[in-house]
Ligand binder design. Structure first.
Ligand SMILES: Nc1nc2c(c(=O)[nH]1)N[C@H]1C(S)=C(S)[C@@H](COP(=O)(O)O)O[C@H]1N2
Ligand SMILES: [Mo]
Length: 329
């Protein structure tokens, strides 16, 4: 973690309007760092949410507080205000629980305890991780990342978790491992998917995939928490992928299986509509989706009326080119 900051693309291209509460919070965070020294402080911006703004039913979905979380200083400023949790945790995509953004009540059916993530394929040490392993085996950090859905909405969320690289080092992929697949929880009784999906023979379970170099990239992250607590079910409890330079659908939720492979795996949206959802799926403002432009994005929660959410320009690799552009040279 370095303390030398290069200017981020979003500083060059955007006029940022930050709500007052976020400024207040950032100042508080900086004070914490100065007072306690980096590395010793507790979770930063995540503590700044306004729980009172949340409906009691929503508050009940929030997870348990996570301790021993170090804010990663490289990922504190995402160039935009952190999205208020009342928006981020009620405007979700999780098709296993339905085809609308409003799946958060239904997602509470997801059984998360016990949980096992089975890691295998081309690795020296195949492993099974349980729930405690996920929060205790790897040092937890907080990273505030931009998030961009292929549907052209965006937010900023404070994830808690660990780099995917830490898990790779634990299982040691063999030299013939070129791709990785990530499989989400699926049970036709609990997660039947949207009603309109029955006729379509949807390719469950939800599988996503990365090239092995993408998984090893510094940005690639497994989240076990958000806003200072373990993940709510609607965000993909107890563990989900976060790859912030790619469209949101690349970030599979509620992962039960990880396989290191020699060939590119079939993935969910790419199987359903290959011309609309590429395997690579990097955020690229100049490459329109066949049915809409990707040049701008709607900022979730930028005001209380979803029909009036502000639009801002999309940035190549979602602003993370300094980390990932080399992968695509
Ligand atoms: N298992 C699974 N993972 C998934 C999805 C899904 O439907 N099922 N939707 C994806 C899409 S399209 C997006 S935009 C993000 C949304 O994450 P969020 O609801 O936590 O913001 O989850 C991704 N991961
Ligand atoms: Mo998405």
């Amino acid at each position: 973690m370095s303390f030398i900051r290069t200017p981020k693309p979003w500083h060059l291209s955007e006029n940022i309007i930050t709500p007052e509460w976020a400024y207040w919070n950032r100042r508080k965070f900086i004070k914490t760092l100065v007072g306690a020294g980096i590395g010793a402080s507790a979770v930063s911006l995540s503590a700044c949410q306004r729980p009172n703004a949340m409906a009691p039913e929503l508050r009940q979905t929030l997870g348990n507080p996570l301790d021993n979380v170090i804010p990663n200083p490289d990922f504190q400023d995402a160039g935009r205000a952190v999205t208020e949790q009342q928006y981020a945790s009620t405007y979700n995509n999780f098709y296993e629980f339905g085809g609308t953004k409003n799946i958060w009540p239904n997602a509470q059916k997801l059984p998360t305890d016990p949980w096992t993530v089975e890691v295998g394929g081309r690795v020296k040490n195949p492993k099974k991780y349980d729930l405690d392993d996920l929060t205790q085996r790897f040092p937890l950090e907080e990273r505030i990342y931009r998030f961009r859905c292929v549907e052209a909405w965006a937010m900023v969320v404070p994830w808690i978790g660990f780099p995917m690289k830490a898990l790779m080092d634990d299982v040691e992929p063999t030299s013939d491992a070129k791709f990785v697949s990530f499989t989400s929880f699926y049970d036709s009784e609990i997660t039947p998917g949207p009603a309109w999906g029955f006729a379509m023979n949807l390719p469950w379970p939800y599988v996503e995939g990365l090239r092995i170099e993408e998984m090893a990239n510094e940005l690639a992250f497994f989240a076990v928490g958000i806003y200072g607590r373990t993940l709510p079910k609607q965000h993909g409890a107890p563990i989900r992928m976060v790859v912030p330079w790619k469209y949101g659908f690349k970030g599979g939720k509620s992962i039960v299986k990880i396989d290191f492979l020699t060939e590119q795996p079939a993935t969910y949206w790419n199987t359903l509509a290959p011309s609309e959802y590429k395997f690579e799926a990097n955020v690229e403002p100049e490459v329109p989706h066949p049915r809409w432009s990707q040049a701008t994005e709607k900022i979730v929660g930028s005001n209380s009326n979803p029909f009036d959410w502000e639009r801002q320009p999309t940035i190549i690799y979602n602003g993370y080119g300094e980390y990932v552009a080399d992968l695509y040279a």
